[in-house]
Design a protein. Structure first.
Length: 233
């Protein structure tokens, strides 16, 4: 498990193609890899990877299967690419963000970037199958970083996250540009809540569901809004 609090930026040193997978050698910031052992888990841009080899100079190697390469942004990594990294959380660790599994659900796209004073705003587009789980003030993991969705537009399929200077300093977000792809992991409790409510609605309404959806659409509402989890104040 991870906390979603990125601990630094690593860089790709080498990429090696192997049958059925791709191997990455990463260089970590000083101190990040202290006590890191073979078999340990590291979040790499939000993807949980296993250390397969340790090397001198704060370096380690990881293997990534084709399935993970197809689902995540890791397939686009090249020598020199920067990535967000976090060590696996230890028992009793403070959860400064929200619990993450490191199992990416899909990808989003940077649609626009705004830079108000002392802030940095990313507008991120998501596919419908992920957008249904995103609500204003709810958690979402973007490239392994626990963030809060400040604004959400389900009709247009985007959310906005606001990044403070400290987040920009500790992550790769300052270097992102429009069109860049991002790894997305949705918040699991929200997923369970939304899916449970939608399944209950489907089961009870059956043939009436299309009519309900049309009625809600006339009022600018959809089933995902009805399935919105309660806000904790």
């Amino acid at each position: 498990m991870f906390t979603g609090i990125v601990q630094g930026v690593a860089h790709v040193v080498a990429v090696t193609e192997r049958p059925g997978l791709r191997s990455f050698e990463l260089a970590f910031p000083a101190g990040f890899d202290e006590g890191l052992e073979i078999g340990a888990s590291v979040s790499v841009d939000g993807v949980c990877l296993t250390v397969t080899e340790r090397k001198d100079g704060h370096r380690a190697c990881f293997d990534v299967m084709q399935q993970s390469l197809g689902l995540t942004t890791l397939a686009a990594l090249r020598e020199g690419s920067p990535i967000n990294v976090e060590r696996a959380a230890k028992d009793g660790a403070e959860i400064g963000g929200h619990p993450l599994s490191g199992h990416v659900d899909g990808q989003g796209t940077v649609l626009a970037i705004r830079k108000p004073e002392n802030n940095h705003v990313l507008r991120i587009g998501l596919p419908p199958e992920l957008m249904r789980y995103v609500f204003a003030k709810g958690y979402i993991a973007v490239n392994g970083c626990s963030l809060t969705a400040a604004e959400v537009n389900k009709r247009e399929g985007w959310l906005e996250v606001w990044l403070i200077p400290e987040t920009l300093r500790m992550t790769t977000f300052a270097d992102k540009r429009e069109g860049d792809r991002l790894n997305i992991e949705i918040e699991r409790q929200t997923q369970v809540f939304v899916d449970t409510v939608r399944d209950a609605i489907d089961e009870r309404l059956g043939p009436l569901l299309p009519a309900l959806q049309a009625l809600l659409a006339e009022r600018g509402v959809n089933l995902d809004d009805l399935a919105r989890p309660p806000q904790i104040k």
